[in-house]
Design a binder for this molecule. Structure first.
Ligand code: NAD
Length: 498
């Protein structure tokens, strides 16, 4: 079993402290050990970032962007290897792993536009012989803490943009599937990034607390579950840091009576069961407006769930792999037990699935509940597994009220042919990312990603234009150069143009 290393100041660094096991969830075997960094190791990474910052901050944005162009090429050349690494530790299918990498690469492409993004704002003659402009300057050493479910894409939401904006970055990846994340960071160093600009330290709460408490770390980006997001937001902002902390979700899909049912069912299958439901944008609730569409949905979707092709993520042509750990599988199975006990109708039961040849893998089949009520834990909680709940309502207004009342507001979608219904939904729904006949409305890299309510703590969304604002500080400069030297009398009234 090999031991994974940290990447600090351009070098691999072994650690002697605590470790955790990393599993191949398809076989159930522990395949690596990952170090859990001490405060001293985290400080080493922070020191490396701090030392690299003055030169990197003054490197022209066009040169910073050139590193990202080379990085993009290396990512594309290594797509098969990276997908294999993701799949081996996360369990998602190879095709799904390649998909997340491609969405991550889109963020690198956006970062390649650094000279354009950082042009700033300029106004000539805001007063007599006075010009004003806003500079967008880097924040300093910034840190990112990322979840297990997108080991390639979510880190790529953060550090390419932070780095082209002139910052130095400390990444603390998920300790459950760190290998692809580390390999990708190594590729950025190979692309010519100066030492210390990107550092990777593995770890758990101790490492995260060290990043929160270090005065040199000026901003924290977090993606993960809501309780940890809330903790990091409150502890970070208390210390005067910028924090954007993206949390959990419960994403509803509304099926209107006029929906194109075949396409809606295909969309729901991918969005509910893709990646074993371990996506923050996974659809976990289908809200059916009227019994007719609910009955038709059940009739069409049940056989498709029963026919899901499930096996080792690293095999080709599958629909679903295992869950990430035995604990994750047992937690999801526990929710299914609770749903049955609460009286929901379990139409497809994914518990007790055994995959031939992979009997020790962390597998569950797809599950479907009908007649789910809003006080059941399968409705209130983020299950983060392959479980879809059907809730039946009488009207679009009732469906929207249900969604607006939920504590999470990450993503949602509506399936309809009615433009008026779709427009009302987009206008009034209290959710950060909305799809119309699009089940996973994850914004492209040149928009920004973020939920509302308890799905995001902080003012700015991740990546895209909001990401640029998060990773830079605005400095407004007002400058006067009189055309010819002349004495000006003191003015005691507040200066204005009128
Ligand atoms: P998690 O909250 O368990 O872990 C996320 C990160 O926090 C990891 O790096 C982990 O090491 C660290 N961490 C864990 N416990 C900690 C503690 N007590 N103190 C400090 N740090 C701690 O989340 P996960 O299980 O890796 O990921 C799944 C969750 O992430 C789901 O809730 C999912 O919805 C959410 N997620 C949200 C988004 C989004 O954009 N909103 C995207 C992906 C995942």
């Amino acid at each position: 079993m090999s031991t994974i290393q940290h990447l600090i100041n351009g070098e691999f660094v072994a650690d002697t402290g605590r470790t955790a096991d990393v599993y191949n969830p398809s076989t159930g075997e522990a395949i690596h050990k990952v170090p859990l960094a001490s405060r001293a190791t985290v400080q080493q990474a922070i020191d490396a970032g701090k030392a690299a910052f003055p030169a990197w901050r003054n490197t022209p944005p066009a040169k910073r962007a050139q590193v990202m162009f080379r990085f993009k090429q290396l990512l594309e050349q290594n797509e098969a290897k990276i997908s294999q690494m993701i799949s081996e530790e996360h369990g998602k299918t190879l095709e799904d792993a390649a998909g997340e990498l491609k969405r991550g690469i889109e963020n690198v492409e956006y970062a390649c536009a650094a000279p354009e993004i950082l042009k700033g704002e300029y106004s000539r003659n805001v007063g007599p012989n006075i010009d004003a402009w806003s500079d967008f300057q880097p924040v300093g050493v910034v840190a990112g803490i990322t979840p297990f479910n997108f080991p390639a894409m979510v880190p790529l939401w953060m550090y390419p943009l932070a780095i082209v904006c002139g910052n130095c970055f400390i990444l603390k990846p998920s300790e459950r599937d760190p290998s692809s994340t580390l390999y990708i960071a190594e590729l950025l160093n190979q692309a010519g990034l100066p030492k210390g600009v990107l550092n990777v330290v593995h770890g758990d709460k101790e490492a995260v607390d060290a990043l929160i408490e270090a005065p040199e770390v000026k901003a924290l980006s977090f993606v993960g579950s809501t309780p940890i997001a809330e903790y990091i937001y409150s502890e970070g902002t208390k210390r005067g840091k910028r924090v954007q902390a993206l949390g959990g979700a419960k994403n509803h899909a509304v099926l209107m009576p006029d929906a194109d049912l075949d396409n809606a069912v295909s969309a729901l299958m991918g969005a509910a069961y893709g990646s074993c439901g371990e996506r923050c944008m996974a659809i976990s609730v289908a809200v059916c407006v009227g019994d007719q569409i609910a009955d038709a949905l059940v009739q069409k979707i049940v056989p498709q769930i029963q026919a899901l092709k499930i096996g080792a993520g690293t095999s080709c042509g599958l629909d679903m792999g295992p869950l990430v750990t035995a604990a994750a599988r047992d937690k999801v199975a526990g929710y299914i037990d609770a749903g049955v006990a609460a009286g929901a109708s379990l139409l497809v039961d994914g518990r007790n699935l055994k995959v031939a040849g992979n009997e020790d893998g962390f597998f569950l089949g797809g599950s479907l509940f009908d007649n789910v009520k809003t006080d059941m834990t399968i409705y209130t909680d983020e299950i983060f597994g392959p479980v879809l709940c059907i809730v039946r309502v009488g009207s679009l207004e009732e469906a929207m009220q249900l969604i607006n009342d939920h504590e999470y507001g990450n993503g949602t979608c509506i399936f309809t042919r009615d433009g008026e219904a779709a427009r009302l939904f987009c206008d009034e729904i209290e959710v950060g990312m909305v799809g119309v006949n699009v089940p996973l409305p994850v914004p492209v890299a040149y928009h920004s990603f973020g939920g509302w309510k308890r799905s995001l703590f902080g003012d700015l969304h991740a990546y895209g234009p909001d990401g640029v604002r998060f990773y830079t500080r605005r400095k407004a400069i007002t400058q006067r150069w009189p055309q010819r030297a002349s004495h000006e009398a003191a003015q005691f009234a507040f200066p204005s143009n009128s």
